[in-house]
Ligand binder design. Structure first.
Ligand SMILES: NC(=O)c1ccc[n+]([C@@H]2O[C@H](COP(=O)([O-])OP(=O)(O)OC[C@H]3O[C@@H](n4cnc5c(N)ncnc54)[C@H](O)[C@@H]3O)[C@@H](O)[C@H]2O)c1
Ligand SMILES: O=CCCC(=O)O
Length: 507
């Protein structure tokens, strides 16, 4: 079956038309060698459905790539690597800046595509497009600052260190930030001189493909950026991780899949970066500015309806302020509006799929069965479908699933604690270590606790920690490597050491 020219085809549950200023941004084929092409014959030349999580309508039928399509993309990226790496940093930077400009110019359309396939409210989707674009801008600049070193050596020698692009990179990205997770990888890779093959989530391939259309317009040469969408992730992932041409895998997604890709990548000893799951503790000390902590928690927890890897998952509140804090949080949650993200005034869209709804429901039921008290919400929303009520629970204990499993939904569970030592122990008692949040007015305590928290990132009296300029990433089973900042481009280079001899010292 083939998609119609605007990418919209008839589905049993109705179809969904996206009202775009530029309909050419809605692409449904694979993007290989600078062209939108069907999946390979050997992969069946099939299509898979992308649904709108708010309405259940079919948004588009997208080319269903597999192993052979991925092989073709890898070969294409390999051919493009030779000339792309030879461009000067300024030449690559100029192209990336053009891509950035086009993403910003088309932010409204890109936001509509994202809201339609992912569900987040339109203003939040447009916000993600701008956030995603900021990685392209940042790394366009950073391309020009990929410095090497000269190290003093012997009397007649000098040791040189040259950063060189690693080669073809396989980038695997999730559905929760379909634009920013891709640009956070592709922009530094391209800036460093690498070429890439991306596999977006099967739930949100349209955002990735729209970025490709803009890359063509920006002058990104054919084969430098390739995207293979596919319903079955495994064959694409297997090819990316075992094909010897691919020299680097960068993955964002669940810890379980990250471990698998890391293991698969070991057969060809690839460089690996992993941005995985989190279980962020959000700690409110007795000396915190309570209103700031409440607002911070709402911003942090409900970003993307709780479906963000750095969302607070365990909220620890000092026993002396616990009841008041809970009351204030409930007041704020009452004002959150749930609905279709295309409607004005909506704060929380749908969850991504049935599995996500079941997980949220399971976490709440587990907590309630062990003594938690639901102050607001606690069940699916009356809108039905994938909508869930924003929920606040008290009386949380460490025996509940929410204390050790990522919820990825709009649920706040408040855990009581009595001392700094106790809360640090409980916060660190997990294999995850992505983000932590701490609210306190005591500067010495802020330093002490920030240093003691076992996570790659800490928000100190601050819930919104992500920007292109800082190193994003986790410790323990939350990941390896950093994205964003000067450290983000380092993930896409190998350092070559050259010993230069024959230097005759001046007399
Ligand atoms: N640390 C971070 O920066 C970060 C950012 C966003 C999301 N996440 C995490 O991602 C998870 C949610 O995303 P998700 O549900 O899309 O995760 P997921 O692991 O199910 O999927 C992520 C991507 O991997 C693909 N995939 C799944 N199985 C694969 C396989 N066998 N081989 C190759 N690719 C495979 C999926 O199709 C998707 O493209 C959460 O755990 C969240 O915390 C982490
Ligand atoms: O889901 C995790 C990534 C979101 C972010 O970059 O802040």
């Amino acid at each position: 079956m083939s998609a119609s020219s605007n990418g919209v085809a008839n589905g049993a549950g109705g179809t969904c038309k996206i009202d775009l200023k530029d309909p050419q941004l809605l692409k449904t084929n694979c993007f290989i060698g600078g062209k939108f092409v069907p999946a390979a014959k050997e992969d069946g030349e099939g299509w898979f459905d992308v649904f709108n999580p708010a309405t259940g309508e079919l948004v588009a039928k997208v080319a269903d790539g597999g192993k052979v399509t991925t092989q073709q993309a890898i070969e294409t990226a390999k051919s493009a690597f030779d000339s792309w790496k030879k461009l000067t940093a300024v030449e690559r930077s100029t192209i990336l800046k053009k891509w950035f400009d086009l993403i910003i110019q088309n932010a409204d359309d890109l936001g509509k595509i994202m809201t339609t396939e992912q569900g987040k409210p339109l203003p939040e989707a447009v916000g993600e497009i701008k956030y995603g674009a900021s990685f392209v801008e940042f790394f366009a600049e950073e391309a020009k600052r990929l410095y090497g070193d000269i190290i003093p050596a012997g009397a007649q020698t000098r040791a040189l260190v040259i950063p060189q692009p690693v080669g073809v990179c396989g980038l695997v990205t999730p559905w929760n930030f379909p634009c920013a997770m891709l640009t956070r990888k592709a922009a530094p890779a391209l800036a460093a001189g690498c070429t890439v093959v991306c596999k977006p989530s099967e739930m949100t391939p349209l955002s990735a493909l729209a970025l490709c259309e803009l890359a063509v317009r920006a002058g990104v040469p054919a084969g430098v950026l390739n995207v293979v969408p596919g319903f079955h992730a495994q064959p694409i992932g297997e090819e990316l991780t075992t094909n010897p041409i691919v020299r680097k895998i960068s993955f964002t997604g669940s810890t379980a899949v990250g471990k698998k890709l890391m293991m698969q990548s070991s057969s060809t000893v690839k460089k690996v970066s992993l941005e995985l799951g989190g279980l962020a503790p959000f700690i409110v000390m007795e000396d915190a500015n309570m209103d700031a902590a409440v607002s911070g928690l709402i911003a942090c927890k409900f970003r993307n309806n709780g479906q963000t890897c750095i969302c607070a998952n365990r909220v620890y509140v000092h026993s002396s302020i616990y009841d008041k804090f809970a009351e204030k949080v409930v007041e704020k949650v009452k004002s959150l509006r749930v609905g279709n993200g295309m409607e004005a005034g909506v704060n929380l869209g749908p969850l991504i799929n049935e599995k996500a709804v079941e997980k949220v429901d399971r976490h709440i039921k587990d907590a309630v069965s062990k003594g938690a008290k639901v102050l607001i919400g606690g069940s699916p929303h009356s809108l039905g479908g994938l909508f869930y009520q924003p929920t606040v629970m008290t009386n949380m204990t460490d025996s509940m699933v929410m204390s050790c499993e990522e919820t990825f939904g709009p649920v706040i569970g408040l855990f009581k604690f009595d001392s700094e030592d106790e809360v640090l122990k409980r916060a660190n008692n997990t294999n995850y270590g992505l983000a932590s949040y701490l609210y306190t007015s005591d500067l010495a305590r802020a330093w002490r606790m920030a240093e003691a928290l076992e996570s790659g990132m800490v928000g100190l009296n601050e819930p919104m920690i992500s920007t292109a300029t800082v190193p994003f990433g986790g410790v323990k089973e939350s990941g390896i490597g950093r994205e964003g900042s000067k450290y983000g481009i380092a993930e896409y280079v190998n350092l070559k050491y050259v010993l230069m001899g024959g230097i005759v010292p001046s007399s």
